[in-house]
Ligand binder design. Structure first.
Ligand SMILES: [Zn+2]
Ligand SMILES: [Zn+2]
Length: 665
């Protein structure tokens, strides 16, 4: 046997050369480490049983890596499909790709799967894992594949599609690549028989025993190849991990996220409602609107103080405006168009505020002395999103942004970004959120000249360096097509990342709208525009913030700030007096004098996450005091009513937590 020479590289380190005999597998050269479940050979993922060739660079794929997890998950999908066909022999196979955190497989079955079915399937899967079946790859001709899969109509369809869709359909390409077809046999080591097989591009785990931890999650209907014109299949979702600990951790986070789901909390706290007649367009209920208005009031105050001037512009514009801005050509599919009976569509609801800000800028002759000109704007916007993408407040069709367009000279970029960073800092601190910046640089398709781009990017880099000491991310090619941008990223209480605000430089829109100012030499110049949002869409911000806090808002933001509970009917009158005093001090109160037990009413206030609860009885009524309980605490503090009202009102005004004296009572 002849010798070949391969390079082996671990952990992105130096590659080391090794001579091996021909026919040596990737598993042989990578050694017996059990955490290695596949190989990357010259950049392509391969089974460990793949024979290496002369000159190959061979790298291990660890079970815990992103690629490793995808291979575990996809292999688990095979095991699930095998279990389903053993239990439901008439089930026909769709596709079974890995997805984020798990996998699915689609089946054509006589009836939808019931929860009991999933339990049985999971049991059968465990048995298959126990038998340590080998995943064995085999190349087949199209003809041979058709013959072997004659009873699988969907697989036959995929064979016909090979090459045509495989290259640009990720999910489908799991089964058939653009090259030779391959079938993976599951071989039972006890008897050497093929227990099951699937058309698949691979790679796979060496054997089923390499699936350390999995769980089936749910089933749902899904159309074949995502089209309503095709047959409806039944999809089973599962999750699989490299260890039992990781699976347990994932299930815990999932349960936590479910408890914090803003759609559920929004309903429990009566904040908002989505009606089928207005998909993706929230109804703000009284309490939710109070929260939204509190967010806006804070936004207004902070921006007026910093020289921003608020405007409001038409929600509906003639398409001529969108033609100038470029939205008609590039964004029309996302706009709500208003049809005229006899003419072509000529009006549209605004999806963005930018063009209107340009119009306002152009109303006057502007000089460099007028810049920066900061126009802020929180008008409702409408964006026509595909219905499947809508998700509570996180993805809506009607939204309000804390938007602003700032017109500046090119040499004001540095200074203005500093000011915006100060605002971001103020905003994220008040919500106690940790955030980071991410610079997005010139994308592949861009407008304008490369020189302007480069100097703008250099400016932003130097600002970020000075501001963060290097603690920021760079996304190469992540800029908008009209200029570089800086995104604000945060991670929530469950460690989930979110993109929040964005600050974008724009050299193009002011040009398209013919915006000019005269510089200090009397020359006409085009201003640079900064588009910036700090919250982002208020709806989305609130959705994320609800999940982050589980609905326990800080005092100043809470829809009900103080809940008042008289212990018995004879103290209702005093309770009203207390409520009035707070109300006059602009504190939002709710008085619960219902004919329910004290314990019951206290529980309701707790469930509503009200920051402060007052329990009023004989002692309080006689002495003109209140007994206060903070959200999440058990102790009661008794204090003078007047003092309490002052403390709460000033804490709300200053948007800080209230200070209560140590219990004197
Ligand atoms: Zn497969
Ligand atoms: Zn804009």
């Amino acid at each position: 046997m002849s010798e070949i020479r391969v390079q082996i590289r671990h952990d992105e380190g130096e590659a080391r050369a090794r001579n091996v005999t021909e026919g040596t597998t990737a598993a042989d050269v990578l050694g017996g480490d059990r955490s290695v479940i596949a190989a990357r050979v010259d950049g392509t993922l391969r089974d460990l049983s793949h024979p290496v060739q002369d000159g190959n660079l061979v790298e291990p794929v660890l079970a815990s890596s992103e690629d490793g997890l995808a291979i575990i998950r996809h292999s688990c999908a095979h095991v699930m499909a095998q279990a389903v066909q053993e239990l439901f022999p008439s089930a026909r196979l769709g596709i079974g790709p890995p997805i984020k955190d798990g996998f699915y497989y689609d089946f054509d079955v006589d009836r939808p799967f019931a929860p009991e079915d999933l339990v049985r399937i999971e049991e059968r899967m465990r048995a298959i894992v126990q038998t340590r079946q080998l995943f064995a790859r085999r190349e087949v001709s199209d003809e041979q594949a058709r013959e072997e899969l004659a009873t699988e109509p969907y697989k036959l369809e995929l064979i016909g599609l090979k090459g045509a869709t495989a290259s640009h359909d990720d999910m489908m390409s799991v089964e058939v690549g653009a090259d030779t077809l391959t079938i993976y046999d599951n071989i039972d080591p006890a008897n050497g028989q093929v227990a099951w097989k699937d058309l698949c591009r691979g790679p796979h785990l060496p054997s089923t025993r390499h699936i350390p931890a999995f769980k089936l999650m749910r089933s749902a209907a899904a159309y074949w190849r995502g089209s309503e014109k095709n047959p409806q299949l039944q999809r089973i979702y599962g999750t699989a991990w490299e260890s039992k600990g990781s699976l347990a951790n994932y299930l815990h986070l999932l349960a936590e996220a479910e408890k914090r789901d803003h759609r559920k909390i929004g309903k429990d706290l009566e904040l908002f409602h989505f009606d089928p007649t207005a998909p993706g367009m929230p109804y703000w209920l009284p309490k939710g609107l109070r929260v939204l208005n509190n967010l806006l009031a804070f936004w207004r105050e902070e921006h007026e103080e910093r020289g921003y001037q608020e405007i409001s512009t038409p929600l509906v514009n003639n398409k001529r405006l969108w033609e100038i801005s470029g939205h008609w050509d590039h964004y029309r599919d996302n706009m709500f168009i208003i049809d005229n009976d006899d003419e072509e569509p000529s009006y549209a609801l605004k999806p963005m505020n930018c063009p209107s800000a340009m119009i306002v800028f152009n109303l006057k002759t502007r000089s460099y002395r007028d810049l920066p000109l900061r126009l802020s704007d929180c008008d409702p916007l409408h964006r026509n999103e595909r219905s499947g993408t809508l998700h509570g407040l996180l993805r809506v069709q009607k939204l309000q942004q804390d938007d602003a367009h700032i017109f500046i000279t090119p040499d004001q970029i540095h200074e203005e970004f500093q000011r915006i960073f100060d605002i971001a800092d103020r905003f994220y601190k008040i919500f106690d959120l940790d955030y980071k910046f991410r610079l997005g640089t010139r994308p592949e398709s861009y407008i304008g000249d490369a020189e302007t781009w480069e100097s703008a990017e250099a400016t932003l880099l130097s600002i970020l360096d000075a501001r963060t000491g290097g603690d920021y991310e760079v996304e190469n090619g992540g800029g908008a097509f009209y200029g570089p941008k800086i995104d604000i990223l945060m991670s929530d209480a469950l460690g989930r990342p979110w993109q929040m605000g964005t600050i974008q430089l724009d050299f193009q829109l002011p040009r398209r709208f013919g915006c000019v100012y005269t510089d200090e030499h009397g020359q006409r110049q085009t201003p640079v525009v900064i588009h910036r949002v700090i919250y982002g869409a208020l709806e989305r911000f609130l959705g994320i913030y609800i999940e982050h806090t589980a609905g326990a808002f800080p005092l100043w933001l809470a829809p009900v700030q103080v809940s008042i509970i008289p212990v018995a009917p004879e103290y209702v009158e005093y309770a009203h007096k207390v409520a009035d005093a707070l109300h006059h001090a602009k504190v939002s109160v709710e008085l619960d004098a219902r004919n329910e037990t004290l314990g019951m009413r206290v529980r309701v206030a707790q469930q509503q996450k009200v920051p402060l609860m007052l329990v009023l009885g004989a002692r309080e009524a006689q002495s003109g005091t209140v007994s206060v309980r903070r959200r999440g605490e058990r102790t009661l503090t008794t204090m003078d009513l007047g003092l309490f009202v002052d403390r709460v009102a000033s804490a709300v005004r200053a948007r800080v937590d209230v200070e209560l004296p140590p219990d004197a009572g």
